[in-house]
Design a protein around this ligand. Structure first.
Ligand SMILES: [Zn+2]
Length: 446
């Protein structure tokens, strides 16, 4: 009995000291972690601060993440106009790597303006950055071969952005795009870390089956566009999930017949809102074309946004034609390449009459073309601002983060040849789209 008592006492004592030690260790660990978090950013900018000019810096006046790319515009005061040979925006990593971003510039009255934004979907590809810290700097090469790096101050209304790269092999990088300052030098930094899983509300891609609810889209006999593209969207979502992507559908067929999917796109659960909230990089909207006059042709049309590089659009068109054994549309209006079209649909903001209030011409005949523009934020010129209460208001119209959008007209529903192929050959069309995404965004090859 005695012995037992003693043992119990000793164990208690032991427990007590174990607890103390654990508490102490946890406290030390926490202090260590907090210290590291605080000093990490400082030490990372400190590593390259020695190459940055200390007495002058530029200003960023426009800053956009569209799809998978970052672009900026800005200016800097420079009083050595005649001596400038070359101006480039660069992403400089702390390990010394330098990614050069194609930059246009202009000089007048001692002010050098620069922009990487000639195309909204090219230049700094966020998918291809190493897991390290980068700083966005202005690099000016002078005629005497002197090279100077200038830091950049955020002179926009926009703040930091957390960008997640597309899922590859179940993994993503998180890119914390952040503005800060170090010893009074402002900077734009990209802090890149690996994450094992996307946050629950973050997606890679959005697939938008056109129309839906009370809007059937185009019809041929018993065949409705809204039903066919929904089938396609579900099939495509499954195929993209097979290669590891996280995909959101803007509708899944569970909406009621009365839901007005055209006019509620800006509601809380409307398709523009859903797409923008998904933080996805790309949106593909699926449609079938139709033509009021009797047609003999048919074929595929891919609609891309203005001011964008068309490589992916061309790849989509070519793959669909080849793999699904169909053809390019023969329509010539808005055509940029075989099967690739760019159509700007804008209202003239200077016309404040009923024309503007009613968004005349942009909703009446071609409502579907809005999805790619309205989900792209300022990059694509989203502008449905609630002027006409019938259409709601796009809360994301001023966002500097937008989805790269493509609208795919798979074929003409009123061409019997196209309709037959679309109904019989669905897996080939879907394979063509999935392959295009896999190839262009380098999802499965590593
Ligand atoms: Zn349609």
């Amino acid at each position: 009995m005695r012995k037992k008592k003693k043992r119990v006492k000793r164990t208690r004592l032991k427990n007590l000291s174990y607890k103390k030690i654990i508490v102490l260790l946890v406290a030390i660990l926490l202090i260590f972690i907090i210290y590291n978090v605080i000093t990490q950013k400082t030490s990372s900018i400190a590593k390259i601060s020695n190459i940055i000019e200390q007495t002058n810096y530029g200003k960023i006046t426009r800053y956009i993440v569209y799809g998978t790319h970052l672009n900026i515009e800005g200016n800097i005061e420079i009083h050595e106009q005649n001596k400038i040979e070359k101006v480039q925006v660069v992403a400089k990593s702390i390990s010394g790597n330098e990614l050069i971003i194609d930059t246009e510039y202009d000089y007048s009255n001692n002010l050098l303006s620069f922009s990487t934004l000639d195309q909204i979907n090219t230049e700094l590809n966020l998918e291809e950055l190493d897991v390290t810290d980068y700083y966005i700097l202005l690099k000016i090469q002078f005629l005497d071969n002197d090279v100077k790096y200038y830091s950049l101050l955020n002179d926009t209304e926009y703040g930091n952005i957390d960008y997640y790269t597309l899922t590859r092999n179940g993994r993503n990088n998180k890119i914390h795009i952040n503005f800060g300052s170090y010893k009074e030098i402002p900077f734009l930094g990209l802090n890149i870390t690996k994450v094992n899983k996307l946050p629950e509300d973050v997606y890679d891609m959005v697939i938008d089956p056109g129309h839906g609810g009370s809007d059937s889209g185009a019809i041929n006999g018993k065949h409705k566009e809204s039903d066919i593209v929904l089938d396609y969207a579900i099939d495509l979502k499954n195929k993209l999930e097979d290669i590891g992507l996280k995909v959101l559908l803007t509708r899944d067929g569970s909406e009621s017949e009365d839901d007005d999917m055209v006019y509620n796109i800006y509601d809380e659960d409307g398709r523009v809102t859903l797409a923008n909230e998904s933080k996805a990089k790309v949106i593909l909207s699926l449609h079938l074309n139709s033509n009021e006059v009797e047609i003999t042709e048919g074929g595929v049309e891919i609609y891309a946004c203005p001011n964008s590089d068309l490589t992916f659009a061309k790849l989509l068109a070519t793959n669909i034609v080849n793999i699904a054994d169909t053809k390019y549309s023969q329509m010539e209006t808005y055509k940029e390449a075989e099967g690739v079209y760019v159509r700007t649909i804008e209202i003239d903001r200077n016309r404040t009459s009923s024309f503007t209030r009613n968004y005349k011409g942009i909703f009446d005949s071609i409502p579907y073309l809005f999805i790619t523009r309205e989900t792209g934020g300022i990059a694509t010129g989203a502008y449905v601002d609630g002027t006409n209460p019938n259409y709601g208001e796009n809360k994301y119209r001023n966002s500097n983060v937008g989805l790269e959008g493509y609208l795919i007209e798979l074929g003409y529903i009123n061409s019997d040849e196209d309709l037959y192929n679309i109904l019989e050959n669905e897996s080939s069309y879907v394979e063509a789209i999935c392959t295009s995404i896999d190839t262009f965004y380098k999802i499965t090859d590593d």
